[in-house]
Design a protein around this ligand. Structure first.
Ligand code: CP
Ligand code: NVA
Length: 300
């Protein structure tokens, strides 16, 4: 049976732990000479722009012995009315897996439901599971553990946060979110992880969330697809900036994370982004290692 990664909760806690362990091995250079995916082809279907996801998948797939085929969805017959269902069935005859970045979670569900090959969510408006895998790898590396680590997320309750909430459930990270009213993470996801026992809470005060945090995490105020709301969002989120004052409330050895791309001067200041406590570039590197471990597990 094929397995997809449409949301992080397509993985169990054990599978997540195995991926993180394998990712650390791959990063350390163990088994670098093996090419488990030799002769395979993996499609990278992108409806939105990308730097990290596209390039880390493309290079990771190559390092595992397979070829990556970048597909700008604008170039497919989808744009001329071919259905996602037919596209999925046809692509499954050529490819061994698909990574897709698009708007609606429903689109990737349709793709996965009609493709007999694994489908990996490379970001939708609702989820960003590959990011959360790399984030957990980074926290484990820097803090030596995940369970009980206090992660304060400050900003918009977006796709990145929804996947981090699922990560909190899978790993035992304690998560506190500070966001303006009306910009909370997805209600269904939040209530589900809470009812399953995740230690997560939502506040409106960024200072309260940051206090004693082991990890300070933020993301853009305006996600891809929200460009019409730029001015309004900039006003609403002004108070939700990760800056020196906020960082001073966290533990002295706190790390600062951002999935990138960052809008310096908006959700994060230059001095914090470039401070010794910032791990954002290591975090970006870990996309590569985490995704290689994921591909090894999913692609047969
Ligand atoms: N963090 C992340 O997914 O970056 P890209 O949008 O550059 O892929
Ligand atoms: N929340 C951001 C993440 C980018 C990686 C977006 O969806 O644009």
């Amino acid at each position: 049976m094929k397995k997809d990664l449409l949301t992080l909760l397509d993985l169990s806690s054990k599978e997540t732990e195995n991926i993180l362990k394998r990712a650390a091995e791959l990063k350390s250079g163990k088994d670098v000479s093996t090419c488990p995916l030799i002769g395979k082809s993996i499609g990278l279907m992108f409806d939105k722009t990308s730097t990290r996801t596209r390039i880390s998948f493309q290079t990771g797939i190559y390092q595992l012995g397979a070829q990556a085929i970048y597909i700008n969805t604008k170039d497919l017959q989808l744009g001329r009315g071919e259905s996602i269902e037919d596209t999925a069935k046809v692509l499954a005859r050529y490819l061994h897996g698909i990574v897709i970045r698009t708007y609606s979670q429903n689109t990737i569900e349709k793709l996965a439901g009609n493709a007999s090959i694994p489908v990996i969510n490379g970001l939708t408006d609702l989820h960003h599971p590959c990011q959360a895998l790399a984030d957990m790898l980074t926290i484990k590396e820097k803090k030596g553990r995940l369970k009980g680590v206090r992660l304060a997320y400050i900003g918009d309750g977006n796709n990145v946060v929804n996947s981090l909430l699922e990560a909190a459930l899978l790993t035992g990270i304690d998560m506190v979110i500070a966001c303006p009213k009306g910009y909370e993470p997805d209600k269904k996801i939040y209530e589900m992880v809470l009812s399953e026992g995740a230690k997560v809470e939502i506040k409106t005060d960024p200072g309260e969330a940051a206090r004693d945090a082991d990890v300070l995490y933020t993301d853009v105020w305006i996600s891809m697809g929200q460009e019409r709301e730029i001015e309004r969002r900039k006003r609403i989120f002004k108070r939700y900036q990760v800056n020196r004052d906020i960082l001073s409330l966290a533990k002295p050895d706190a790390i600062v994370m951002h999935c990138l791309p960052a809008h310096r001067g908006e959700e994060i200041t230059d001095d914090v982004m470039d401070s010794p406590q910032s791990v954002v570039i290591d975090q970006a590197e870990n996309r590569l290692h985490a995704q290689k471990a994921l591909l090894e597990m999913l692609i047969k």
